[in-house]
Design a binder for this molecule. Structure first.
Ligand code: MN
Ligand code: MN
Length: 468
């Protein structure tokens, strides 16, 4: 067949129009295989680290396996040294010292490892109508109705009266019991369904069902509660008042699954933001000696606004950089000023079932690669750090040069709602910062969905950034 001559408009179109394409059509077979293998590692990580504490513990052991040692302020450091700082068992900073002077700044990837969930209250246990229940207080932004009638597991720590710590993880292992928040049957839900949608399930209705058997020795009142406390005493050595110094978190008990006949997606709890935390960590573990010192921070408390000493509104990152700078006789603020940060957090993916919340030219699509979000915030960009065109240009050049499949996205329509990440808090430290992360369907639901290609490309993005 003779080659058809392209029309002039077709040629100009190819030269001038921005191209949007499914990631799979931009990747080699080799890359797709690497993507598949990375996804398996990520899925296993998700199944074994469901809370910030569990991620922190898992990450610490991975860091140690890879030769990272605890950072001690003032310690002598040289190129290639690997250090980490565990912040109270809930947040982690890890770094590999680069070949360039520390005053040339660090390459920082920042993700969060807390996810929306139901926390137990400090006096959680009560008996009502021969059922034992735990009162909860939800953590982060959730649609409360999504958390009823699904199996939940319980994770966390209890500090006993004598100060000893008990670690709890129940509902995950094969054969473990699980718990659940009950909901009303549709037959009797006429009044409930008339409630405003935000209160179909109210905060005080998120009660966790944990038992129904009485203590049988004699006929005391509250014998179901007594039986439950007796079980907890035998299992953990705790009494009711020990809950007051506990942090117990109820999270979905099911494991991560591949989604779709083509297995192209991953569904599970807590992609936000372990889907960025794991790729950032892996990029650091897999990297050679970088030019600029590479730093990964996995932080807590993002879902409640980043306040508290394990959240990024606190000074722990700034203090770490100051201490790091001190080791080289430099000033922390000079290091921060020269640094660059990918604030690694998820964005909303376009959902064809709910197209109205998105502006199609400026939202993220599943499988179109890692999403670069120039600004977040609400209304007139309130609360955003808004990356500069120059820094977007730097990131764009890097990703294009390294064949990272990427896209841009904004969190929904203007005035449609909004949201923020830790980007602003890092940018406020005088660091060039931009949001980069994975597009997610059903964000903040007990079962969130991401695409394998986007997860892998997020890993690639962090890897090439920290190597730059
Ligand atoms: Mn997030
Ligand atoms: Mn979130």
């Amino acid at each position: 067949m003779p080659e058809e001559k392209k029309s002039e408009s077709k040629q100009w179109k190819e030269a001038l129009f921005a191209k949007k394409k499914h990631g799979a059509l931009q990747m080699t077979e080799e890359e797709l295989l690497a993507c598949e293998s990375f996804s398996k590692d990520y899925m296993s990580f998700l199944n074994h680290a469901k809370t910030e504490r569990e991620v922190c513990t898992k990450v610490e052991s991975l860091l140690q396996e890879h030769g990272f040692v605890p950072f001690v302020p003032g310690m002598p450091l040289k190129t290639g040294d690997k250090i980490y700082q565990n912040n109270r068992g809930k947040a982690m900073i890890a770094a590999v010292i680069g070949t360039a002077s520390i005053t040339e700044g660090v390459r920082l990837c920042a993700a969060h490892i807390d996810s929306p969930r139901l926390d137990l209250k400090q006096n959680p246990l009560y008996e009502d109508s021969e059922l034992a229940l735990f009162k909860t207080h939800y953590y982060g932004g959730i649609k409360k109705y999504q958390w009823t009638a699904i199996p939940l597991s319980l994770h966390g720590v209890i500090i006993k009266a004598d100060g000893t710590k008990v670690t709890v993880n129940i509902g995950e292992a094969e054969g473990d019991p699980v718990f659940c928040v009950t909901d009303l049957l549709p037959h009797l839900a006429q009044e409930q369904m008339k409630r405003a949608s935000g209160s179909i399930i109210r905060g005080e209705e998120l009660n966790l069902l944990v038992g129904s058997m009485p203590f049988k020795k004699d006929e005391e009142s509250e014998s179901v509660k007594l039986n439950l406390l007796h079980i907890l005493y035998e299992k953990y050595g705790i009494t009711e008042s020990d809950f007051v110094s506990a942090e117990l978190e109820a999270v979905p008990a099911f494991s991560v699954k591949e989604v779709g006949f083509d297995r192209s997606m991953i569904g599970g709890y807590g992609h936000d933001d372990r889907v960025c935390a794991y790729p950032a960590l892996r990029a650091l573990l897999d990297s050679n000696i970088p030019t600029h010192t590479a730093v990964v921070i996995l932080t807590d408390k993002e879902e409640t606004g980043s306040d508290g000493n394990t959240g990024l509104c606190s000074s722990y990152l700034k203090y770490f950089i100051e201490d790091l700078a001190d080791c080289f006789g430099a000033k922390g603020r000079h290091v921060l000023h020269a640094s660059q940060c990918l604030s690694a957090d998820v964005n909303a993916a376009f959902d064809p079932t709910f197209p109205d919340v998105m502006e199609r030219n400026n939202c993220a699509y599943l499988n179109h690669g890692v999403c670069v979000t120039k600004f977040t915030g609400a209304r007139g960009k309130s609360g955003t750090s808004d990356a500069s065109a120059e820094f977007v240009g730097t990131v764009r050049q890097l990703f294009n040069a390294e064949n990272v499949v990427w896209q841009t996205g904004e969190l929904g329509k203007v005035d449609g709602g909004g949201g923020g990440t830790v980007a602003a808090y890092i940018a406020n430290l005088d660091v060039d910062t931009i949001d980069v992360g994975v597009p997610v369907l059903c964000m903040h639901a007990p079962f969130e969905v991401v695409s394998k290609i986007d997860v892998y490309m997020t890993y690639r993005a962090f890897f090439v950034f920290m190597a730059s």
